[in-house]
Design a binder for this molecule. Structure first.
Ligand code: ADP
Ligand code: MG
Length: 945
């Protein structure tokens, strides 16, 4: 028996398999895409397909061809890369082996087809080159070079990132797949990819070499030097960026275009696979262009997803993004996918340069004031579809008829947009970009609209994209299909008249095809031009060259019509492909306009105010509201002020740049500090803000840390994570940063937590010798409020007002204790209760438990007061002494780990004797046996009570 792996088809399979290493190969055979060997095992496991065996025991599993997209989506979601190998001609027409080719390579980071992309969400692939740790310059964080591209739009950027910020950068840019140089080590998967759960793909190390990368880039972009892309010089950082960019380019070429190897052996015209002409040269990004918000802060501020929500980015309600995502209405949502992507980008990476921020504000202001203009632009924009991605698909020869028509209709708005913007200085930049491309785009758009039907088919294979009457060949082919019957009766009439044969019939049947029939009696008078083809009992059948030609035309008419449509389609696509750069410029201008309009709609609809930006690190918000709360419960959000740092020019009383916010649980502390952070973020994004007025000093970073939010970090000690992140803040906050800390220290014991919180506040307050970082610290450790006295002028106490109904007053709860009402109003000054028991009771903790807790609290408070000798901190309940004098006792230069006096509470914890014994052990002079004995002794001591 011949080896089943030696059949021509399997040989062909193995050739492709070898050419696309690391890809699952879907091999078209008849109506199925089949997988073999390990691929089959993998696909049957991941997608639950039935595993069968081809003859000879080769494992095999297949998916029906019409469900391919569906399965591709699921494979991509599992991070699997797939090569789709198609039959290039119908198997029935093939003599011998069917010619096949890999027509698509689909990887998680390089999706371009509308059916595979996740709505408007960004989708990018990145190549990473890590700086070696030993190569790192002294005292500096080791860096990483990153090249990021979006295959669907052609966006391409290079940048250097400190390695600790890598995860943030990848998350911010929507990277779905990370390429790295294959290393000798077996598992070199970058930690960043693992922690983000994105696909990682090892690439041959040589592709990351400087020489090879330079070559790949200069060849592709047809330039002599990379200097024009900001990649001149051969310093370490630039070289690393070039290497990453080169490796990324090779990957895109490999996955998106047809290799020479593949081209060979495929007959001309059977396969078109596009070029990467839409890929723009790598744009080198500097470090300081954006207000940096790390991934943790983005999460705690719920910019893209809520803390609890596991929904896809943007989908979850309650996010900042969702405030701008009310579908289809003019209340602050984008009209185009480009706008939605840009709005997300502005929110996760707001601007940091004053001119850009203010230009956005000015444009928003104009659109808020000029309602007619806004409405007009809104109408025009809502006719524009995802031109950015359609442009990409056209370049890659993956566009559908619908893409083409959508593109033309979108481009047709260009002219009117420029007219609408004629007298709007704040949007002059957008208008200029549109004007620059309008004349190039208009003729092509007009032609497409003239040639194509209004409701195009989903696939070209169905036909029907082009209108009747625009092409003689196409019309003829269609006419034949439609009007075969009419032609036949016309032909019949002609023949009858010509030859005077009244009984002549022209007919058709499946077996004989088209024929001319004469009754036997008239057959003798048949003119010679009728060629006999068949003799029936009472009749003769004939044909003519004309009829044969007609038959040929009709039977091939359908395929000729399709062929012709394909030609016309490719022709139009080629014309669009030549306009790739202009289409991109149009998409960019539209994205900006759309985003600004959405911001303006929101501002007008909710009465948001234009923030005043300044270079001084101040933050002054009057009557600010939380944007999400304001959206969810309009009118019920209690507005609050905030004042951090002072503007020397404004000659105000100096205002501390650190505020401590205390108040009971559920009072609104977290809401308040997030609100201030979100207002800062929005202002930098270019938006107006939910406040009566706001002065916002330019900010370089927003840091947010929430104590012990365990939901987020499964598998790690939450306290450890909390401290790592806090350490990061303490190391990296600058005078221009905004730091928002919520209940830091909650993740450990009260005493530890309080001490740490104390130390952290002191550190941040002292760092702010002149001004900044502006810090908001919400805490339920009301003991911290003493810091206002100890660090005068540096710390301001704020508290959340609570109305307490005294016991015996009204209303009163059933066991005679006081009721509280949360007013959500932030006021100066401190709070001295945590109201924990009130909240517990509101939450439904049983009455007896609350009563017992009250007893315990009372006894602890007494104990507490009794034990502390030097300076009693606040009892958890009851009046607290004011202790202005205490400030002197904590040495200003050496911050204590916490309010030292607190230790009194735990004096009963004397050191264990085992500790003493351990101290005595002389490690250096011990033999291993002695060491073991000592260890046993210590162990026994530890066992004793
Ligand atoms: P805390 O952090 O003090 O425990 P939160 O900030 O979590 O309190 O607020 C608790 C709840 O109070 C929130 O879910 C919100 O619905 C409501 N709330 C907070 N601040 C306000 C406000 N300014 N206006 C109206 N409701 C508010
Ligand atoms: Mg809170």
């Amino acid at each position: 028996m011949p080896d089943p792996r030696e059949t021509p088809a399997m040989q062909q399979f193995y050739r492709f398999k070898q050419r696309y290493p690391g890809c699952m190969l879907l091999f078209r055979m008849g109506d199925f895409y089949e997988t073999f060997d390990d691929d089959a095992v993998q696909i049957s496991k991941t997608l639950g397909l039935t595993l069968t065996q081809r003859q000879g025991g080769i494992p095999m599993a297949g998916v029906p061809h019409h469900q391919l997209e569906n399965y591709l989506k699921r494979l991509i979601a599992k991070g699997i890369r797939v090569a789709v190998c198609d039959q290039l001609i119908d198997a029935s027409q093939a003599k011998g082996l069917v010619p096949r080719a890999v027509t698509r390579v689909i990887t998680p980071g390089t999706l371009v087809d509308e059916s595979l992309l996740e709505g408007d969400a960004p989708s990018a692939v990145a190549a990473l080159l890590l700086e070696k740790h030993d190569g790192a310059r002294k005292g500096e964080q080791p860096a990483a070079a990153l090249a990021v591209a979006d295959a669907s739009t052609g966006d391409f950027a290079v940048l250097a990132v400190p390695q600790h910020a890598l995860v943030d950068e990848l998350a911010r840019r929507g990277v779905r797949e990370l390429l790295y140089a294959e290393a000798a080590a077996p598992d070199a998967t970058p930690a960043a990819a693992k922690s983000l759960g994105i696909a990682s793909t090892a690439r041959p190390a040589w592709q990351f070499r400087p020489q090879e990368s330079r070559e790949a880039l200069t060849r592709h972009f047809a330039v002599a030097t990379l200097a024009g892309f900001g990649l001149a010089g051969d310093d370490e950082a630039t070289t690393a960026m070039i290497c990453a960019a080169g490796a990324l380019l090779r990957y895109l070429e490999e996955t998106q275009t047809l290799s020479a190897q593949d081209k060979a052996g495929i007959p001309d015209g059977l396969l078109t696979r596009g070029s990467l002409s839409h890929l723009r040269p790598p744009r080198r990004e500097g470090p300081a262009q954006h207000l940096a918000i790390d991934a943790v802060s983005l999460r705690s501020l719920e910019v893209e997803r809520t803390l609890r929500g596991d929904a896809a980015p943007g989908a979850a309600d309650g996010t900042l993004l969702s405030v701008f995502a009310h579908a289809g209405c003019g209340k602050g949502s984008c009209r185009t996918p480009m706008g939605r992507r840009l709005l997300r980008e502005w929110l996760v990476a707001p601007a940091r340069e004053l001119p850009e921020v203010e230009a956005r504000h000015a444009a928003v202001a104009t659109l808020v004031e000029d309602r007619r203009l806004a409405d007009q632009l809104g109408t025009l924009l809502s006719n524009i579809q995802d031109v950015a991605r359609i442009g990409g698909r056209i370049a890659l020869s993956r566009a559908t008829p619908r893409d083409l028509v959508a593109l033309a209709r979108s481009l047709a708005q260009c002219h009117e947009l420029t007219q609408a913007l004629a007298n709007t200085p704040a949007l002059a930049g957008v208008r200029e970009s549109l004007l620059r491309v309008a004349t190039h785009l208009a003729p092509t758009a007009a032609d497409i609209n003239r040639l194509c039907v209004d409701e195009p088919p989903a696939h070209l294979r169905d036909g029907g994209l082009f209108r009747d009457g625009i092409d003689a060949n196409l019309d003829e082919a269609r006419l034949l299909q439609r009007d075969a019957g009419a032609w036949l009766s016309e032909y019949q009439a002609t023949l009858i008249a010509q030859h005077n044969l009244p009984n002549l019939k022209v007919g058709y049947n499946k077996v004989a095809g088209y024929f001319i029939e004469l009754p036997e009696a008239q057959a003798r008078t048949a003119p010679p031009e009728l060629k006999r083809m068949q003799t029936l009992r009472n009749a003769e059948r004939y044909t003519t060259p004309q009829l044969r030609e007609f038959e040929h035309k009709v039977t091939t008419a359908e395929s000729r019509a399709l062929e012709r449509e394909k030609e016309l389609f490719l022709d139009l696509c080629a014309r669009c492909a030549a306009l790739t750069a202009d289409i991109h410029a149009f998409a960019t201008a539209v994205a900006r306009l759309d985003t600004l309009l959405a911001l303006a709609d929101k501002a007008r609809h909710r009465g948001w105010a234009r923030p005043r930006m300044s270079a001084v690190p101040v933050l002054r918000v009057r009557q600010g509201r939380h944007p999400v709360l304001d959206e969810a419960l309009p009118g019920t959000c209690v507005p609050n002020d905030c004042e951090l740092g002072a503007d020397p020019a404004a000659r105000q009383a100096p205002c501390p740049s650190l505020a401590l916010i205390t108040g009971p649980n559920m009072a609104g502390k977290s809401t308040y500090i997030r609100q201030v952070a979100l207002i800062t973020l929005l202002a930098h994004a270019g938006s107006f803000v939910p406040a009566e007025s706001a002065d916002v000093g330019l900010t370089d970073r927003i840091f947010t840390r929430i104590g012990a939010d365990d939901a987020l970090h499964a598998g790690q000690s939450t306290f450890m994570v909390e401290m790592i992140e806090t350490a990061n803040i303490l190391h990296h906050a600058t005078p221009h940063s905004l730091v928002v800390l919520d209940e830091v220290g909650r993740g450990t014991s009260t005493l530890d937590g309080l001490s740490l919180a104390w130390g952290i506040v002191e550190h941040l307050a002292r760092a702010a010798e002149q001004s900044g970082p502006r810090t908001l610290f919400a805490t339920h450790y009301h003991e911290l409020t003493d810091l206002e006295d100890r660090l005068p002028g540096k710390v301001a106490n704020l508290h959340v007002a609570v109305r307490e109904w005294p016991a015996g007053g009204k209303p009163k709860d059933h066991d005679g204790h006081s009721e509280i009402v949360f007013l959500h109003r932030i006021l100066p000054g401190r709070t001295d209760q945590s109201y924990g028991l009130h909240v517990a009771r509101l939450a439904g903790i049983p009455k007896e438990v609350i009563a017992r807790a009250r007893e315990v609290l009372a006894s602890l408070a007494v104990h507490h007061v009794g034990e502390t000798v030097s300076a009693p901190p606040a009892a958890a309940n009851g009046p607290r002494p004011r202790r202005k004098a205490d400030a002197s006792r904590v040495p200003a230069a050496a911050p204590t780990v916490g309010p030292g006096d607190q230790l009194g509470l735990f004096k009963e914890y004397l050191p264990h004797p085992a500790i003493e014994a351990l101290r005595e052990v002389k490690l250096d002079s011990m033999t291993p046996m002695q060491a073991f004995d000592a260890l046993r002794k210590l162990h026994d001591m530890a066992e004793e009570p």
